[in-house]
Design a protein around this ligand. Sequence first.
Ligand code: BG6
Length: 491
Amino acid sequence: MTGKDIAFDMVVVGATGDLGRRKLLPALYFLHKYGQISPEGRIIAVSRRDGDRSSFLAKAGDSARRHIDDELTEDDWESFIQRLHFATVSATDSATYDPLKKLLDEQPDRVRVFYLATAPRFYVDISRAIADSGLANDKTRIVLEKPIGTDLDSAREINDGVGKSFQEHQIFRIDHYLGKETVQNLMAVRFGNVLFEPMWSSKQVDHVQITVAETLGVEGRGSYYDKVGALRDMVQNHLLQLLCLTAMEPPARLDQDDIRDEKIKVLRALRAFTTADVAKKTVRGQYRVGAIASKPVTGYLEEPDVAEDSATETFVALKAEIDNWRWAGVPFYLRTGKRMGHRVSEIVIQFKNVPHQLFEGQRGEPQPNRLVIRLQPDEFIKLGMMTKTPGANTHLEHAELNLNLKKRAGGRTFQAYERLLLDVIRGVTTLFMHRTEVEAAWQWTEQILDGWQEGGVPRSYSAGTWGPPKSVGLIERDGRSWYEHIVEANR
Ligand code: BG6
């Protein structure tokens, strides 16, 4: 069933917050514009602040102009806002739910989605208030944004608390990286071809790199980010999900249970960190003033709502190891940071060198094969191979087989939130995280947080660079290089 046939009411708690404005409203606008959702579907923003529909629409209009590109047209926006409703409700307090109940009771048989775009500490109280108001029925789904908690205990508390009001199959925990087009393609490439699977192990893979580099800073989210940092904000969820999809065994079926089981096996096989390991295998950094695309930018400590002596990390690099048969001895180097030189998210699978150098003495250095899966800004999957240059002599050169995913899509592809919101409406759970996954990811991440507690502070790096020099040392002492250095060296 497509989303077009499903009448729904989507209640967005926190619709005017950062996530609501930057991601959710634009995604819903696009789903509307491209006819992906039922014309009957309503979107109901709730806010505890005094306000009404027209002031909400004015705010929504302002942010749409900022966050939707040239695809924002007057006509589409006008027809989109016919779906938008507003209710003044304090989401944690069921005594204030009457205006929302009135709206929802007009259409009691619809799929009902509650999207909690709020701080996670409110999730339990809001779920309870929804249930106490009698608004949770068989067709109700609740969507929780990451991060689910700030450590294992708080994640369990949230999962237990929300679990008292909703059953697990009604809870959709979003990690928007799972909705990205190329992440879907990673599964297609791995499991839709016989080519890679025999090579996808320590027999042929030397190491894996996962980089999510952003040029953005904290963008007005200082008070959130300063309490969280890059490890909780990005590694515990987005990077570990990418690692799991890269490293997991083929699932028997493409459903949530089978995929989740395989991902959990990977998370449980991640080698534990002692305090000494944390010092040796992780690097944290914090950006200071610098320049991005030749424009000066301030340092993290000068950002609004950031403590002036903050020790929050805006960059993490680490070496993870997976203790199972497939991956024994293959390091996974993970790296993410804000205010880096380039925006790029990619997974690099570096294969081993050929076992015997047939071409020694010939011009051109043989390089190992490399599969580069680029999520953004451009979307491609490239396989680096050695070939011969044309001519009488055997000179080797490096060439790339390139699957340019954007070009093949012939224009527009779904953005992550569009795909995920549509799946929530359709009740498809495959791309969402089960509580056991979230908790297993925290269990591993927490060891790093604990190790950092033992001492040390983030190393500073200039905005616009690839992070602290020590992160280069992390991989180079193993005789390897970050992918961008390899590319540079081969220019
Ligand atoms: C969010 C983080 O989950 O992901 C942000 O909270 C980060 O700090 C964002 O900027 C990155 O997402 P994307 O899709 O722009 O790579």
